[in-house]
Write a protein that binds this ligand. Sequence first.
Ligand SMILES: C[S@@+](CC[C@H](N)C(=O)[O-])C[C@H]1O[C@@H](n2cnc3c(N)ncnc32)[C@H](O)[C@@H]1O
Length: 212
Amino acid sequence: MTRRLTLPDAPSSGNDRRMSAPSARRNMGPIHEVLRARAPTTGRVLEIAAGTGEHAVAFSRAFPGLDWQPTDLDPDRLASIEAWRQAEGPANLRPPQTLNAATPGWHATHGPADMILLVNLLHLIADAEAEAVLTGIAHALAPGGKAFLYGPFLRDGETTSDGDAAFHASLRAQDPAIGYKDIGWVRDRLSPLRTETLEMPSNNLMIIVTAN
Ligand SMILES: C[S@@+](CC[C@H](N)C(=O)[O-])C[C@H]1O[C@@H](n2cnc3c(N)ncnc32)[C@H](O)[C@@H]1O
């Protein structure tokens, strides 16, 4: 299901279909640092909820040994990803594919992947949808594969700043089913896979999941 949410950092479009999201521009550097240290250097990457495509272009260029498959469910985002790819994409960036990762069983058609990247989706969807995303990720990872899940989370049920509390409340006001997920809840959904959590700028977290 595509929700029309009012978000603080909504992407904007230029003269073509390419969109730009301030949050993607801001978090690109810190996410890149983690990927440089922890991502596989070869193999197939599945990017879920790739949004504007700015991460896909930047990271596929930075990691030429990775075969990068961006996906999203929104037609405008898919068009933006394709426009970025045609303008600046390296050879290892594939044309975007449609994926609603909240549909149970999606891993059967979109896996296996040596790496999965998911940035800023889980707080925008309901618990049952997030559960389908996480279960799909756990099943889609190839043996030894890694998933990188970035975003804002609750810790022991609490937000960690006034800004996060306000954002979480604004999401809940738009749809009571959505909002920040608790980090413990997320880890439980990924069990028995190994998870590690890194602190990221602006109170975000990066959860690194390793498949057995
Ligand atoms: C806040 S944006 C994040 C985009 C990108 N990852 C980034 O960090 O710039 C959330 C994205 O999730 C996509 N999305 C929402 N629900 C989805 C779902 N069920 N499956 C896949 N993508 C979804 C939206 O279309 C949107 O592109």
